[in-house]
Each structure stands twice: as C-alpha cells, then as structure tokens.
Write a protein that binds this ligand. Structure first.
Ligand SMILES: CCCCCCCCCC/C=C\CC(=O)SCCNC(=O)CCNC(=O)[C@H](O)C(C)(C)COP(=O)(O)OP(=O)(O)OC[C@H]1O[C@@H](n2cnc3c(N)ncnc32)[C@H](O)[C@@H]1OP(=O)(O)O
Length: 396
C-alpha cells in the first residue's frame, strides 16, 4: 500500500484528480471516526465538503481514501461499478475503499463523513504535526483526545453520539490531561468538543445502576469527584481557552467562568437546567455568574434555566467573542496560534496576577457547592428528573 499511497498523495496534491475530495490544504490531526448517530443534514454534509477545502495539512492517504469512500457512499450508495484494472493503482485504491463500505446506509455514510471532517477540522488551523503528547499519560478511553502542537495543548471531548456528555472516566481523564498540560511545553491549553455539541454536561446515566444502600456513598464520592475536578480548573496555571464548537449544557457552561477566554460559534447555546433536574449550581458559578452578569441575569440562567444564545452569552460576559459557524474553526485557530507564540512565562504570570487573589475564595465556593449538590442528588426532585430523562419523557 505504501507505493500506492505515495502515488495517490502525489496525484491528489498535484491536482490530477478531480473530485469533491480534492484536498488543497490538509490538517494535522488525531482521528476518530464516530458512530452512526445519523443526524447530519444535507446542509451539514455540504458544510463538511466545504470544510475539507480549508484543511491545511495532509491527513494521509488512508484518511483521504476514507473521505472519498464515505462521500461516494453518501451520494451514490453502495459501490456497484466494475473494479478498475490492476495497473490503475489510484482508482483501484479508491474503488476498494468505497467497496469496503458494503451496504452502509447513505445517511450513516453522510454522518460519518461529517464526523470525520469535524475531527479533522478541530485541529486544522495549525501547521505543525499533531502528536498525541508522548510525555503525558494518555486518557483511559477514546472519549477524550489530547493533542499538542504549535504551543497549544488541545483537550477534545470525543463522545459526539452522546453530545459529549461527561462520564466519571472523562472527569478523571480531564483532570489528568490538565495536570499534564500544566507541565508540558505548551503555552496555551484549549478545551473543545468533537461533533455538533460542545458538551451536554454530566452524563445523566451516571446516576443509574446504583445498588440499593449505596446511594449515599455514590453521592458522597460524586461530590468528591466534582470538587477535585473543579479544583483543577481553579488552579490551572496557564491561559485556558474554551473553543465552544456547539451547544453547551450544565457543568460545561458553569466551568466557563473559570476559563480565561471563551470563543464560541454562533451556533452555540448556553443552558444550565439545574432546577429542572432538581439540582443546584456548581463549577463556582454561584459566584462567577453573578459577578460577571449581575445577580438577576445569573438567576435567570442558574435558577430558571434560561438558555442563552452565543450572542447573549457574549453580552453577559460569559463568552469572549462569537464567530460565524462557517469560519469558526479557521478564525479561532489562527488567533490561538498567534497567541501561543507570545512568551509563555509572561502569559502564565499575568494569568496568576489576574486570577490568584480569588483562588482561595473559589476553592471555598467549590467545596460548598459540591456539598450542597451531594444533598440534592439524594432528593426526590433530582431522582424524578433523572427518571424522566432516562425514560425520554423530558427533553430539557
Ligand atoms: C451520583 C454520582 C454522580 C457522579 C457525578 C460526578 C460529578 C457531576 C457533577 C455535575 C453535576 C451536574 C451538572 C450538569 O451537567 S446538569 C446537566 C446535565 N445535562 C442535561 O441535562 C442534558 C440532557 N440532554 C438533553 O437534554 C438532550 O440530550 C440534548 C443535550 C438537548 C440533545 O438533544 P437532542 O435531541 O439533540 O439529542 P438526543 O437524542 O437527546 O441525544 C443524543 C444521545 O445523547 C444522549 N445524551 C445527551 N446528553 C446526555 C447526558 N447529559 N447524559 C446522558 N446521555 C446524554 C441522549 O440520551 C442520546 O442517547 P441515545 O442516542 O438515545 O442513546
């Protein structure tokens, strides 16, 4: 395959092949092809085709073949044209990739194409090679992807079929990733999501399968986990940037108050349905939100569960800047890459000057919020809300 791959790459890059997959610029990447959530619309698909053209670095022939195959399957269905002759290496490799998809439904192929492009785009605005940072402990599952390049460590939530809902494993892995990022060579750390959502908050199935008699203990250990998790954000020493690629719910919203900069696509929304869930604010939002938007706007969000658009969130100070979805990834990564070239020690020290005097207070608030939430998790209001979600009676 190496010889074929090399020839393929040359042909693609030289523009010899005319297809919608013609990749003019390629991303550096760490790839994850997602499961068939089957929700991508034709518009999503067309956007993804456009995004492919913006990619900067060569993703490699295997990926290009995968993109080609998914495109063909999504637009024409299963491959039933004759296999090209043995010496027609390029078209044979393409045919093989397409044919390998068998009877995969068009909708699934379309979704997989969109997911694949999305994972490529997440890191497409950097020029260096993305490496899974070799010096760090890698996450315990594929649900989190950590990459490092061009002075930026990026932590990507990667459970797009569940809207990047956070499992206990992910809480632990994010803590490990932050710990490693605080010590690595990068100047800036980014948290983002793969797929159409930034994050749908705590995975509500975390509250299921608890044996009778263990509920209190689970609530206690959940509160410890929450407190440790939020502490990592309070203490994180380098500039921490949220690249909010889609809607955000629950703890993924409240934590934004602990980020240094928050960039959002105009498709993002911000929603903290704590009362609907019989729960209460966490992530230090009971302090950061009133401070940034005033108590009344904070109450609308944290008590009444008002969902904000990206522009509203920007007006309230929760979001730093909003970008059109069509150019979001491109603009944000160009910006971050420029920032990452600033002297890292100066940035770290300036962040400390801005944040350090509040640290102690934030830790105390986090402890209090976690303990209140521990009680809430044992309440009938909370139990009923979880049961409602799980039985799909309620969509918040
Ligand atoms: C006692 C032990 C506790 C341990 C916990 C430790 C620390 C926790 C601290 C944090 C506590 C709470 C803070 C919060 O985050 S509260 C907010 C929780 N999130 C929600 O309420 C969102 C629930 N989800 C939705 O309302 C909708 O799914 C959506 C996000 C609006 C998307 O709607 P959609 O119609 O576009 O897509 P949908 O079909 O519903 O979703 C696709 C699949 O994803 C699953 N899913 C989405 N979000 C969650 C979630 N938060 N938890 C679990 N699963 C989620 C959804 O069920 C679908 O799955 P499937 O395809 O049906 O299998």
């Amino acid at each position: 395959m190496a010889g074929v791959a090399g020839r393929l790459a040359r042909r693609w890059c030289s523009g010899a092949l005319r297809s919608p997959l013609q990749v003019t610029r390629f991303p550096a990447l760490q790839l994850h092809v997602c499961g068939p959530a089957m929700r991508a619309s034709q518009k999503d698909f067309e956007n993804a085709m456009n995004q492919v053209k913006l990619l900067k670095k060569d993703p490699g022939n295997e990926v290009k073949l995968k993109l080609y195959a998914l495109y063909k399957q999504a637009t024409e269905g299963p491959c039933n044209v004759p296999r090209p002759g043995v010496l027609d290496f390029i078209n044979k490799a393409k045919w093989d990739a397409w044919h390998a998809l068998g009877s995969l439904p068009k909708e699934t192929a379309r979704q997989n194409y969109v997911d694949l492009v999305s994972s490529l785009s997440a890191s497409s605005e950097s020029s260096g090679q993305v490496t899974p940072a070799a010096d760090r402990k890698q996450p315990g599952s594929d649900a989190l992807v950590v990459t490092s390049q061009d002075g930026i460590t990026t932590i990507t939530l990667n459970r797009p079929d569940k809207k990047n809902a956070l499992t206990p494993q992910m809480y632990h892995d994010i803590m490990l990733a932050l710990e490693a990022a605080s010590k690595d060579d990068s100047a800036i750390t980014v948290l983002t999501g793969n797929g159409d959502y930034y994050c749908s908050g705590n995975d509500l199935t975390n509250f299921t399968d608890i044996p009778p008699g263990e509920v209190e203990e689970r609530a206690r250990s959940g509160a410890v986990l929450l407190r440790d998790f939020v502490d990592c954000f309070i203490d994180f020493p380098k500039p921490l940037v949220a690249v909010v690629n889609g809607p955000a719910v629950g703890i993924s919203v409240t934590l934004l108050g602990l980020f240094d900069v928050v960039y959002a696509t105009d498709r993002a929304t911000f929603h903290t349905p704590f009362s609907h869930l019989g729960q209460s604010p966490e992530g230090c939002s009971s302090y950061t939100f009133p401070k940034m938007m005033g108590p009344s706007k904070a109450t609308e969000m944290l008590v009444f569960g008002k969902k904000l658009t990206a522009r509203e969130a920007c007006t309230q100070g929760l979001v730093t800047e909003v970008f059109p979805d069509s150019t979001f990834q491109k603009e944000v990564w160009v910006r971050l890459k420029a920032y990452s070239k600033l002297p890292p020690n100066a940035m770290r020290i300036s962040k400390q000057v801005i944040r350090n005097r509040e640290k102690e207070k934030l830790h105390a608030i986090n402890a209090e919020e976690s303990s209140i939430l521990q009680e809430r998790w044992l309440s009938d209001e909370c139990m009923n809300a979880i049961v409602n979600f799980l039985s799909k009676k309620a969509k918040l």
